[in-house]
Design a protein around this ligand. Structure first.
Ligand code: PMP
Length: 422
């Protein structure tokens, strides 16, 4: 069956609505959060309507049915990541929560004052701030791998960082939420392992768009969020190598994660519950399981190919427009993200103009301030494609950027001319 975004769109009720301007909605803000199909919305509603109860401990029909659905979602997630065991799949509130879990639990056990944590300069704040916080607690050092001029990172530079710094952890984004650059996870993990470093992969922008095999990646931790992958918000995933998760202390304490509690102390239970204290996001997990099955049924390779075509068209066209600078590598090296800036026009004005044309994009630093600083930018505008976007939407996006460039940039130039005394 051929890949048909028009058919796929029928699964996403929200895509049928118009924007406030009355224009048909072209939702190109998928890197921030995707939309979800009826299959996910219905599964969540069904749970609330038919069988919702707290999981794991109840000995009654609804609790048993909820527990079965919750654990089936864990199995869907395991399959989605090609992990070897559901004990390695921890449900969290999202990517941010998953990284914080690792920074607290693994960090407090394995990172000391003399240790170095290596990140890339392309990280989202979610993969920077928890390490800064760990550094404040234990006194370790954070180092960054810089970008090359083509928005990639050189293996030689990376290897040199390992040789000179001997980092204990290399934590990196597999696909940048600003540049779109796809980094070579398998190759980098191999380098890190030569130096006995632990590896965390922030797959927030990969998991929704590309097939992932954590066994092939050979990373120790892989994290992503449900809401960017057609699933609900409030749910995310921490994949962790079982031997490491076993060696880590629990993060949050409370119900569900204990074996025994006395007035003197507690013992924690087995994986994965050890890291899921309190009532988990039950319905969200069920929705996530359905979302991941939905993506797998369509085929991640076909989704990636479709997004690549849209990105290639939009990226190529933007590079032809005078005064428009695309911030990111050429499409062969990236996912379906096109970030750009227009000479003399603020990123927010660009996004606002596009909204009048029904096109939803995002503007700002995209929670990547160190990256923007390294590029000498304060803000960029970002369009990000997903499986339900069409070639027509990509064209509308390009046309609207052309309009902004010709209207605003001219105005900016006139204003600047008036401001400069001759
Ligand atoms: N990492 C990357 C690369 C992201 O794009 C995002 C979301 N923008 C996050 C981490 C944080 O994800 P969340 O807000 O779902 O925790």
């Amino acid at each position: 069956m051929s890949f048909d975004p028009i058919e796929i769109r029928k699964d996403f009720p929200v895509l049928a609505r118009a924007a406030a301007s009355g224009e048909p909605l072209a939702f190109l803000d998928n890197a921030a959060s995707s939309q979800r199909p009826s299959q996910v919305i219905d599964a969540m509603s069904q749970c609330y309507r038919n069988y919702y109860a707290n999981v794991h401990r109840g000995i009654h029909t609804l609790s048993e049915e909820s527990t079965a659905a919750y654990e089936a979602a864990r199995e869907s997630t395991r399959r989605f990541l090609s992990a070897s065991s559901t004990r390695e799949i921890i449900f969290t509130a999202g990517t941010t929560a998953a990284i914080n879990l690792v920074a607290h639990s693994w960090g407090s056990e394995f990172i000391g004052q003399d240790d170095v944590i290596l990140l890339t300069i392309a990280e989202h704040h979610a993969n920077i701030v928890p390490w800064h916080q760990l550094a404040e607690r234990v006194g370790c050092r954070i180092e960054f791998v810089p970008l090359e001029d083509d928005f990639t990172i050189s293996d030689d530079v990376l290897r040199d960082k390992f040789q000179t710094l001997s980092p204990k952890l290399f934590s990196f984004v597999s696909s940048s939420n600003v540049l779109g650059t796809n980094f070579p996870v398998e190759r980098w993990t191999k380098i890190a392992k030569e130096f006995d470093a632990t590896v965390l992969v922030d797959a927030a922008q990969s998991a929704p768009h590309q097939a992932i095999d954590v066994t092939r990646w050979n990373a120790d931790f892989v994290v992503f969020s449900g809401h960017k992958a057609c699933g609900p918000s409030g749910i995310g995933v921490l994949y962790g190598r079982e031997s490491l998760l076993d060696a880590m202390p629990p993060f949050l304490g409370g119900g569900g994660m204990i074996d025994r509690v006395t007035t003197e102390g507690f013992t924690s239970t087995h994986l994965p519950e050890k890291f899921e204290a309190g009532t988990p996001p039950i319905v969200e997990a069920i929705g996530l399981g359905v979302a991941l099955d939905y993506l797998s049924d369509i085929g991640l390779d076909r989704i990636a190919e479709h997004e690549h075509k849209l990105c290639e068209a939009a990226d190529g066209a933007l590079r032809q427009i005078d005064g428009v600078e695309v911030i990111g590598p050429t499409p062969d090296k990236k996912s379906g993200i096109v970030s750009f800036s227009i000479d003399g026009v603020h990123a927010h004005d660009v996004a606002q103009w596009l909204d009048t044309r029904g096109i939803a994009v995002r503007a700002g630093h995209h929670c990547a301030m160190p990256l923007h600083e390294s590029l000498g930018k304060t803000a960029t505008t970002r369009a990000s494609f997903y499986l339900y976007n069409t070639a027509d939407e990509a064209e509308r996006f390009v046309t609207a950027v052309q309009e902004v460039q010709s209207k605003f940039a001219k105005r900016g130039r006139r204003r600047r001319r008036r401001e400069v005394p001759s």
